[in-house]
Design a protein around this ligand. Structure first.
Ligand code: NAP
Length: 319
């Protein structure tokens, strides 16, 4: 089969399309024929060598959607032909086939395309965890989705809308802001506009926002804290460096900064989240947005794009 291989850690230029033996599923594992691959920022971190558990050579990628080809011993609850979402893979998803633990597969509704399915695991799992588990979001609260035009941000808009929150979403380009608006954010701002923090202050009549889902804490955390209402919570989802804050901003508001990491969520909790995602897809309240589809051979371009500004939904690779 064809697969992307990494023989040395580095930037997207180290990705190579190579011929590889098709993997075989062991006990409790399933072989999936991949139809679409979700590209996430974390894929680039692993290619750069940020995960000490990853040894060379390897095939990157955690998210995909496809069709069950064969199940190993004790994994026969998954029948060949079943349409599935792969939420974490043992052999990497930037390939034509992948092997995953049976517990890491979730059913894909018939009306959801493979590209939409591959957009779900990390972005929707993260948005759900951040909003409902870490932030304890409640109807009537106001959430600032700081970076709403990408995979996680768009998923967060859709969940927050159904949960009855007032949504302020930001994006750095006109096309990104249009998408955020189309998805139903109540207010849309430009995080590159020098005035946008003041605009949030005005929009909330000086009260501040109850929640902030933060995609780039190293740039924004210090500026986030003065935006919070009393008892407000910032959930740190993305961070790429150090940041200075004034802790007094937390003290006077009795506010919290809370981290979240999807990899900490146990499999049984993730299965419950995927049941909710399945139901949201069936009802139409969740609708993954595909920004770009590229062939697997363009994996380097996909990884470069996912780290650049100008997000407009998910980047998908097609093997
Ligand atoms: P993505 O699809 O590439 O989107 C990135 C988002 O960040 C875009 O909306 C982008 O907006 C926005 N952004 C860029 N500059 C910004 C700024 N100065 N202030 C606010 N937002 C800014 O990535 P994603 O999949 O949504 O992931 C977002 C972040 O969360 C990444 O850092 C990722 O590593 C992290 N993440 C963490 C977890 C976890 O478990 N903690 C899970 C998934 C993702 P424009 O392009 O419009 O400027």
């Amino acid at each position: 089969m064809q697969a992307i291989r990494v023989h040395q850690f580095g930037g997207p230029e180290v990705l190579r399309l190579e011929e590889q033996p098709r993997p075989t599923p062991g006990p409790g594992e399933v072989l999936v024929k991949i139809k679409a691959i979700g590209v996430n920022p974390v894929d680039t971190y692993w290619v750069a060598g940020a995960n000490p558990a990853v040894s060379l050579p390897f095939t990157p990628g955690l998210d995909a959607a496809g069709v069950v080809e064969a199940a190993g011993e004790a994994a026969d609850a998954w029948q060949p032909g079943a349409r599935v979402i792969v939420a974490g893979s043992l052999t990497g998803t930037y390939a034509e086939w992948t092997v995953a633990k049976a517990s890491r597969l979730h059913p894909l509704p018939d009306k959801t395309s493979f590209a939409e399915g591959a957009s779900l695991p990390i972005p929707y799992g993260t948005a759900h965890r951040a909003l409902f588990h870490r932030a304890q979001a409640k109807a009537g609260e106001t959430v600032l989705i700081h970076g709403a035009s990408g995979g996680v941000g768009l998923a967060a808009i859709q969940f927050a809308k159904t949960a009855g929150l007032t949504i302020i979403g930001t994006a750095g380009t006109a096309a990104g802001r249009q998408l955020v608006q189309d998805q139903g954010a109540h207010h849309v701002l430009d995080h590159t506009d020098p005035d946008y923090l003041q605009q949030i202050h005005s929009l909330t009549h000086g009260r501040g926002v109850d929640l902030i889902l933060e995609m780039l804490a190293n740039i924004n955390l210090g500026k986030d804290l003065p935006l919070l209402a009393r008892g407000g919570r910032v959930i740190v989802i993305g961070n790429r460096g150090q940041v200075e804050i004034n802790a007094r901003d937390l003290m006077i508001r009795e506010a919290d900064v809370r981290g979240m990491l999807l990899f900490n969520v146990p499999d049984d909790e993730l299965r419950a989240v995927h049941r909710e995602i399945f139901s949201g897809l069936e009802k139409g309240t969740l609708r993954p947005i595909i920004g770009k589809e590229l062939p697997l051979s363009e994996a380097a371009l996909a990884q470069k794009s996912v780290m650049q500004s100008g997000a407009r939904g998910k980047i998908i690779l097609v093997p």
